[in-house]
Unconditional design. Structure first.
Length: 63
């Protein structure tokens, strides 16, 4: 496994994204469609800072 910080960041982001996707599918299966939509939005808007730490919300590109 690579120890390159950029590779580790990608792995961490992919793992987080897949976790959100799993929660999204389960929410949809249980009928929580609004929650599933919010999880989908979260997958598109959350990113990690360069040096680890808490997840950040990407700024909305629209003014």
């Amino acid at each position: 496994m690579s120890k390159n910080p950029n590779d580790l960041k990608k792995i961490r982001i992919n793992y987080f994204s897949e976790s959100l996707a799993c929660l999204q599918r389960e929410a949809c299966r249980l009928g929580y469609h609004e929650a599933a939509h919010l999880l989908a939005v979260a997958r598109e808007t959350v990113e990690f800072p360069r040096e680890g730490g808490a997840a950040l919300i990407r700024p909305d590109p629209k003014p």
